[in-house]
Design a protein around this ligand. Sequence first.
Ligand code: YSA
Length: 222
Amino acid sequence: MTDIFQSMGFDVFLGPDIETEYYNFDALNIPKDHPARDMWDTFWLKPESQISNLKSQKYLLRTHTSPMQVRYMEHHQPPFSIVVPGRVYRYEATDATHEIQFNQLEGLMIGRDITLAHLKGVMAGFLKKLFGDKKVELRFRPGYFPFVEPGVEVDALLNGRWIEIAGAGMVHPRVLKNVNLNPDEWQGFAFGVGIDRVAMIKYKIDDIRLFYGSDLRFLNQF
Ligand code: YSA
């Protein structure tokens, strides 16, 4: 997936699995007590496992790769386009499409005239390259994430069933302000693709739990 995005002009960066509350939530316009925090059931780390000189921060296992949007923008001036693959963690019940540990690929493109149409073009281009000639049907639904406006959810068709593969949208002006970028000058889109879900579609796997189930009959196929 990173090869495909690199061929489309994106740079690749990595971020830490252990995050602070600030980068995972606050900087993304999800302050304490905001109901949207419930969208990300969180593994919080015990205070004694925290780095001693940073005790004032609360630490957690990142619930998504979006904190890297903020970390990257704090140190780089637009225009830029990046992707960030990485493992993420959620304290939630597992089922055929939900794991407590899975992988996301974050995308971020900021420039002067970036629109939602660019997001659609990038998503379609990425899926076309990933699935070769096979036509993958995509649909955008309105979605809510506090760090985008507007927000969308991206579904792809798997064995006659729509499966949600990404959350995305136009980066919220407040997130840009948090990293000292002027929203009147800069705008762009961001997305977070569920890598495991994309692999399920590509390899026709109908239960995500097989990935971490350690069943050699499954693993030896790859
Ligand atoms: C939204 C807007 C942006 O500008 C940038 C990123 C995002 C995505 C946001 N950070 C997020 O995490 N959204 S999400 O909770 O809907 O997850 C994104 C994708 O991860 C989902 O579309 C799905 O494909 C996958 N996912 C979510 N929970 C999962 C999971 N995959 C496996 N197991 C789970 N428990």
